[in-house]
Structures are given as C-alpha cells and as structure tokens.
Design a protein around this ligand. Structure first.
Ligand SMILES: Nc1nc2c(ncn2[C@@H]2O[C@H](COP(=O)(O)OP(=O)(O)O)[C@@H](O)[C@H]2O)c(=O)[nH]1
Ligand SMILES: [Mg+2]
Length: 322
C-alpha cells in the first residue's frame, strides 16, 4: 500500500482518505488490499442516501443538514454522485460558495464522484468510498444522487436511511414511483415549500404511501422544507435520527447491511464468472457463426448455452486436475 497511512485514515484525517478514494476510483492494484484492511473498521456510521431529480434542492438540503450536524458536534462525510452537483469540479459560482461553508472544517469531508467510465463501475466505487468514510469514523455519511437508473438504485440501497427530495412541480412523484424509489424511501422531503402546490404534492404522496405501507413497519414521514432558507431542516435531522433509532432497535440495520452484503457479493461473483466466461463465449459464438454460415440456422440458443456451459465445467475440472 506504500503511501497510504492507514492509521491516519482510521483517525479521520482527510489526506489519506482522499488518497484512498482515488485508489478506489482508479481501481488501482492496491484497491483490494486497502479494502481488506479497512473492512474490520466499518459498520458504525449512519449512512444516509439523498435522492431526487436534478434541481430538487438536494445539495442545498445536504448543505443545511451538514451545518446542523456540525453544530451538534457530529462529523459528516458527503459523497455526491451527481454530474450536476455543486460539489463537483465544474460547479457554478454560487455552489462553490456553499461548499466553502465547510472548507476549513476538519469534521466535514466532501467528495464528488464523476461518471468516469460506466455507472456500474461508479456504484462499486461509491460503495467502497462509503466504506472508507466509515473506517475514517464519520458519524454521518451522506450519499447524494440523482435518482435514475438501476445503478443509482443500487447506490441508494447501500444507505441505512433513504430520503427522497421532491418539489412542487408535478410528475416527479409518478417518476419516483416508476423508478422504484417510492418503495425504498424512508423519508419524503417536499423541498421548495415556498413555491405553490405543496398541499397537492403532499396529498399525492399520502395516497401513494397508503398503498405501499406495510403495517407494523416504519411509516415514512413527509417533511416540508425550504432548504435555501434553512426551514424544516431540524425536522429532517430529527426524522433521520428517529429512523436510525428504529433501524437499530428493530435490528433492521444489521439485517439491511447483511442483505446489502449478500447483493454485493452476488454481483461481484457474477462479474468474476462473467469475466472468466467471456473468452469462451466469444470463441464459441465465432465458431457457431462460421458453422451457421455453411449449414443454415446452426444450434438453437439453448443447445449452444449448454455446450458452452459444459466446456466451461470441463475447463474448471481440468484446472483442478481432476
Ligand atoms: N425557491 C427555492 N429554491 C430552492 C430551494 N432549495 C434549493 N433551491 C434552488 O434550487 C436550485 C437547485 O438546487 P440544488 O441544491 O443544486 O439542487 P440539486 O440538483 O437537487 O442538488 C438552486 O438554484 C437552489 O438555490 C427551496 O427550498 N426553495
Ligand atoms: Mg446536487
């Protein structure tokens, strides 16, 4: 690992943490060893996912939440997975000022993750980044993402508490519902409550929540905020704390983390198998393509699948020397 000072990272120092995140993002060779080393130190933070369409006011909200937590001496790390995020490089002037609010504060660490490469790779990098932040002992870790697509949903599912930020504009709720975010949100925030249309949006939400609610389970609150005026933020902080308490007392937190781990292991395993199979599949398909040219349709997809599968198994057996 050479250059990364793990002890300093575990104490929450920013420099080694930033370096470690770069290693994760670039998928450098040290990545695996690094993750192994920090893993035993993870699991203690409250991970909060903040999602919602671009312009809903997620970053403004997060900015306000960070200030609140800091006043209560909580340390906070933010990872913004949003190309339009104020925390990203190409930010607008006003956004830079917001980020500056926390610049000299050691208890706040902010990192943006660009859509370098595929979104799939991004969700993995994000997951590992959150782990590094946990190892660095931040009390609160916020993941901000625009809520679209499977990868974003995967990212959100790594959070303990998920907040969906909406604003009175129409259409948003149905979109969130379709994207499957409604079902996983633990908290609904109607931001821009200074604009007209709040009661309608709230009514719409309540109707949908009525359908999705499971008796005996956590009932997601709906909170109105004006992030730019810091209105309603205390209520959001309290609701998040309550949800965290609920997760711990109902043992849901450990259950959720275990199921997240299961999903992650499954995904990583499938990727590995896919990588291993890729050359064989390509070779077989190429051959099949040639065969099909000379004698019509060739094998049907099931037969071809079985042939490739058998060959792969044979290959594995040979490797094991059976
Ligand atoms: N009127 C109003 N504007 C807001 C509010 N919260 C955020 N905004 C504005 O909405 C725009 C987008 O906010 P931003 O936090 O960057 O949204 P994000 O894309 O969801 O992160 C900015 O111009 C904010 O100043 C609010 O509560 N009321
Ligand atoms: Mg943003």
């Amino acid at each position: 690992m050479g250059k990364i000072n793990i002890d300093a990272l575990l104490k929450g120092h920013h420099r080694p943490l930033a370096k470690a995140i770069s290693i994760v993002e670039d998928r450098k060779q040290e990545h695996r060893a690094l993750m192994e080393e920090i893993y035993p130190h993870t699991g203690h933070s409250h991970i909060i996912g903040v999602t919602g369409s671009p312009g809903a006011g997620k970053s403004s909200l997060v900015n306000g939440l960070v200030q609140h937590w800091r006043r209560n001496k909580k340390t906070v790390a933010v990872v913004a997975v949003d190309p339009t995020s104020p925390f990203s490089g190409g930010a607008l002037l006003g956004d830079r000022i917001r980020m500056k609010d926390h610049e000299d504060d050691d208890g706040v660490f902010i990192r943006s993750m660009g859509t370098r490469g595929s979104l799939g790779g991004l969700s993995e990098a994000c997951q590992d980044t959150v782990r590094l932040m946990e190892a660095a002992k931040f009390d609160k870790i916020v993941i901000e993402t625009v809520g679209v697509g499977q990868s974003e949903l995967d990212i959100m599912k790594t959070a303990d508490s998920i907040a969906l930020v909406l604003y009175p504009s129409g259409g948003d709720v149905i979109q969130a519902f379709k994207a499957g975010i409604m079902e996983i949100a633990d908290l609904f925030i109607i931001n821009k409550a200074d604009l007209p249309g709040v009661p309608q949006l709230k009514g719409e939400l309540e109707d949908l929540l009525h359908i999705t609610h499971v008796p005996g389970k956590w009932e997601p609150p709906i909170i109105s905020t004006v992030s730019t005026e810091k209105e309603g933020l205390k209520e959001v902080i309290d609701a998040l704390a309550q949800h965290h308490q609920y997760l711990i007392s109902s043992k849901t937190k450990s259950e959720r983390r275990l199921s997240q781990k299961e999903t992650e292991v499954e995904r990583r395993l499938m990727e590995r198998i896919k990588d291993e199979l890729a050359p064989l599949i390509q070779k077989e398909l190429l051959q099949e393509h040639g065969d099909a040219k000379s004698n019509g349709q060739g094998l049907d997809p099931y037969q071809l699948r079985d042939r490739i599968y058998k060959q792969w198994r044979k290959q594995v057996r040979e490797e094991k020397g059976e």
